[in-house]
Structure formats: structure tokens, C-alpha cells
Design a binder for this molecule. Structure first.
Ligand code: GAP
Length: 485
């Protein structure tokens, strides 16, 4: 299938096979909000577990926490999100449709690229990045006007001025309106880590450099809702804040930059589909920042950010809370004296779990066609999800529903389900069952047949190669177990 059609086909496949559904679909859905079905939820959990293990179990100096979504409202004043967490927006006066300025201009550049106007596309993006970095809103408006960029709804160029729009959702705490306090739904999980820095450092007797990791929901009132689960209003982040001695932050920034790209590769993402993109315009807290981009079916886009956040956040929380947030470093410096008290610097790794799910699914989705020996055509859709994160590791399929074959299959299921997710299926022909497991992404199928009763062997079928071989029934669990996290 042509590359352009793959993405809609993948979205349809995700729905058909229980991965991802539009939220509250019976009411026609809610824009930029999605629900994970039975297979999607398990895939997401496996990726989260893989991340959690690699951060908190494989690094003895990183611990994990689970902070609440609701936080004291001053948190967001201190962090700068109340004043700075906004995107430049522009409204079309005829359609009243609001656009993120960078998305509007990028859309124009993509159209020019498609028409072969490469130079114009590149110049426009280059100019936009310069103007964004300088917060030059008048310049951005002029760029839109000069290129006669149109609204996709009204088709006109009748634009408002460019304005900032805060992305945080607010709600009220307390049941009585008069007593209510406005609080925010967190737009990043990181602040839950910063406000717990001292709690964790002291109770865990953590010595610098050390990290605190967390996974959890974040909320942003994204104006442009597009590209499926790539940009959502409710999404999940997996973040790690690494606290370091001031002056060593560049070393750790480079270290985590390299580590994180290696981690994506360890998950099966090919190196050719990953690249770095340095930020020109830095967030209000950052000294340096890089995106790890993945080549999604709709182009290269951010998957993860690695940020050198300086001591900005801890310093701000110290100032706003009036509590001393410092670390006493009793290691000796070159003059033989302890480094003493300081506010640590922070290097952050922040990856969107939903974007990782989309990365894995877009990498895994394949439509295959081939000629059989008799000359007829055969085809399948297969999700080549790496076995260690596949929702089901194994399908157990009795060839027929009688002759004691289901009993052997269920006995195997009982043994396997203690260790990993196994799927039992006895309906339909074996060929149809294999196809269904391919579409779900189950890496191994075993078929229990009459020979099993004679010699205790089964046929194992490998999803990616479709190769089949005979193995001992007693070895099935051991073989599949290697692929658990
Ligand atoms: N704490 C830093 C931070 O939040 P960010 O670059 O704004 O940095 C980090 O977000 C990651 O969160 C992104 O790389 C992306 O994977 C994910 N993310 C951000 N906004 C998202 C959205 N609206 N929908 C899905 N994922 C999102």
C-alpha cells in the first residue's frame, strides 16, 4: 500500500483489533482523546514496564515515584507554566477556526514540498523558526500574510493578530463553589518530582548524581488535534529527572541523549528511523534541549525530549515555598573540602508513552501479499511488534475441538498464564486463527494436534517468518518465557 494510505489503514486496524478506540465513540467521540482497548492497554503497559525497569531497576541510582495529578496551584506559578506555557495562535475571522501558528506554517511548507517548491518550503520553515525563537509575533503574522496562507475551512486569508494561548486545563477543588480554588490538571509529570525532591533524597539517602522517575497522565488543551494519538489532550508521559552537581550538567545531558536513543533501539526501533533535532527556541526552563525524532508515517516528529533544565525548577520552588531545597554534598572538591550546599542541576528525559505506542504500531504494521505454490495469491496483515512487548506472547490452538486436544491445550494455558499472557482459541480453521493472531501481533502460536497425544510434541509457528516446526510440548513455556520483560 502507498505510504500515504498506510496511516488511515493503521488507524482502522487499531480499532478493528482492540488497540485504540475514539473516546466515548457512541456519542461521536471527543476530539484528541482516545481510549485503549484490550490489546492497546496491554501493549501500553508492557512499554511502560519496559521503561520503568530500564530506569529504576537497571540504574541503582534512579528511583520511581507516583505523585498525584492535582498539585498545589502555586506549583504552576513557580514552574512558570501559568505565565509561559503557551503557544502562539492565530484565528481565521471567517471560520473562527484557531490554529497553532507553527502548525499552520508547517502545513503550508508541506504543501509546497508536495508541489516540488522545496526552496520555498525550506526558507519558510527556517524563517518561522527564527521568528518563533525571537517571539516575534508581528513577523509571524507577516510571514502568513506574505505567503497568502489560507484557512482550510473558509479558504480565506482573513487572520487575526498572533496571540499567546495557555495550554493548561483548570478545574475547581472543593464541592462548594464559593470555597473553590482553581487548580490545574498537570501539563507535565515533572513538577511532581521536583516538589518531592527533598522527600525522596532524604528518605532514600540518595547521593548525587541520582534520578527520580515517574510515569503518569498529563493534560494539555492542544488547539490542533490531529494525527491520531500523536497529539492528544490527555496523554501519558514517562519522565526522569536526573539531579547533578552544577557544572556537570553538560556531561550528563550528552550521556542521557546517547542513552535514550540506545533505549529506543533496544525496543526494536531501527536507528535509521531515529534522529536528533536540537531546539532553537528553548522552553522557559531550559539551557539546552534536543528532540529524539521518529519517522512516523506522516513525517519526522518528536518522540522524546532530553532537556538540560539547570536549577530553574528547584530554585523557583525554593523561592515560592520559602523552604530550603538544597543538597549537602560531602564529597571533596579539588581543595579537599566538601562541595557543601547547593541546588542541584537537572537533566530531564521525557517521552510520551502514547507516542511510543504509535511508534511501535507504525513500525510493526505490514500488509503482505505473496504467491502460493499453486499460483494463487495469499495475503495477510501482520503487526510485527517486538515479542517482549507484544500484548499476547503466545496463542494456544487445539487443532479441533474434540479428541482430548482442548484438554491438553488448556493444561498448557494454565502453566503459561502464570508467567505471561497467552491466548486460547478453538474456533475457526487453523489458518484463520493464525491470521487473527498475526493481526493482533502475537509472536508465537502453538497447535496441539493428534500427534501431540502420541509423542508430546506441538507445532510452533513464528509470526514474522510464518515458519513452522515441531518442538516438545514441555519446551513451549521455556521458549516463550525468554521474551517477557
Ligand atoms: N517535562 C518536559 C515536557 O513535558 P515536552 O517536550 O513538552 O516536555 C515531552 O513533552 C514529551 O511528551 C514529548 O516528547 C511527547 O512525546 C509527549 N507529548 C507532549 N505533548 C503531547 C501531546 N499533546 N500528546 C501526546 N504526547 C505528548
Amino acid at each position: 500500500m502507498a505510504e500515504a494510505n498506510i496511516f488511515p489503514a493503521l488507524i482502522a486496524h487499531c480499532k478493528e483489533y482492540g488497540y485504540i478506540f475514539p473516546s466515548s465513540e457512541i456519542y461521536d467521540g471527543l476530539s484528541a482523546v482516545y481510549d485503549y482497548g484490550q490489546n492497546g492497554a496491554q501493549l501500553k503497559k508492557n512499554i511502560r514496564d519496559y521503561w520503568w525497569k530500564s530506569m529504576t531497576q537497571l540504574n541503582e541510582n534512579i528511583v520511581g515515584i507516583d505523585a498525584a495529578i492535582f498539585m498545589h496551584p502555586t506549583t504552576w506559578k513557580a514552574s512558570g507554566h501559568v505565565d509561559n506555557f503557551s503557544d502562539p495562535m492565530i484565528d481565521n475571522k471567517d471560520s473562527n477556526k484557531r490554529y497553532r501558528v507553527d502548525h499552520l506554517i508547517e502545513g503550508f511548507a508541506e504543501e509546497q514540498l508536495a508541489k516540488g517548491n522545496t526552496q520555498l518550503a525550506n526558507d519558510t520553515i527556517c524563517e518561522m523558526e527564527k521568528l518563533l525563537a525571537a517571539d516575534d509575533f508581528a513577523g509571524l503574522k507577516k510571514l502568513i500574510d506574505d505567503n497568502k496562507i489560507k484557512c482550510s475551512v473558509s479558504g480565506t486569508c482573513n487572520w487575526t493578530e498572533v496571540r499567546q494561548f495557555n495550554l493548561m486545563f483548570s478545574t475547581e477543588l472543593g464541592s462548594v463553589a464559593e470555597d473553590a480554588n482553581t487548580i490545574y490538571l498537570r501539563p507535565e509529570t515533572a513538577q511532581g518530582i521536583f516538589v518531592n525532591f527533598l522527600n525522596v533524597q532524604k528518605t532514600g539517602r540518595m547521593k548525587i548524581p541520582f534520578g527520580i522517575a515517574q510515569t503518569g497522565k498529563a493534560f494539555r488543551n492542544e488547539i490542533v488535534a490531529r494525527q491520531f494519538i500523536f497529539r492528544m489532550r490527555e496523554f501519558e508521559q514517562m519522565e526522569m529527572q536526573f539531579f547533578v552537581r552544577p557544572g556537570t550538567e553538560d556531561h550528563w545531558y550528552n550521556y542521557w541523549k546517547a542513552e535514550r536513543i540506545k533505549w529506543h533501539e533496544s525496543l526494536g526501533v531501527p536507528a535509521t528511523k531515529l534522529r536528533y533535532h536540537d531546539h532553537i527556541k528553548l522552553a522557559h526552563y531550559a539551557k539546552a534541549a534536543v528532540d529524539i525524532e521518529f519517522e512516523f508515517p506522516f513525517g519526522w516528529k518528536e518522540l522524546e525530549g532530553v532537556h538540560s533544565r539547570t536549577d530553574f525548577d528547584l530554585k523557583q520552588h525554593q523561592e515560592f515555598s520559602k523552604k530550603k531545597i538544597q543538597y549537602f554534598d560531602n564529597d571533596l572538591n579539588e581543595s579537599g573540602k566538601p562541595y557543601g550546599n547547593y541546588i542541584p542541576f537537572v537533566v530531564e528525559t521525557s517521552v510520551g508513552l502514547d507516542r511510543l505506542v504509535l511508534t511501535i504500531l507504525s513500525m510493526a504494521y505490514e500488509e503482505q501479499k505473496w504467491n502460493k505454490e499453486d499460483g494463487t495469491e495469499d495475503s495477510r496483515i501482520v503487526l510485527k511488534i517486538p515479542a517482549k512487548i507484544a500484548p499476547y506472547k503466545l496463542a494456544i490452538l487445539p487443532l479441533i475441538k474434540k479428541d482430548g486436544l482442548p484438554d491438553i491445550a488448556k493444561k498448557l494455558l494454565d502453566e503459561c498464564k502464570q508467567c505471561f499472557h497467552a491466548f486460547y482459541e478453538e474456533k475457526d480453521s487453523i489458518g484463520k486463527r493464525y491470521r487473527r493472531m498475526d493481526a493482533i501481533g502475537t509472536p508465537f502460536c502453538v497447535t496441539i494436534d493428534h500427534q501431540t497425544k502420541e509423542d508430546n510434541t506441538v507445532t510452533i509457528r513464528y509470526r514474522d517468518s510464518m515458519k513452522q516446526e515441531r518442538i516438545a510440548l514441555a519446551d513451549v513455556k521455556k521458549i516463550v518465557e525468554q521474551y517477557t520483560i
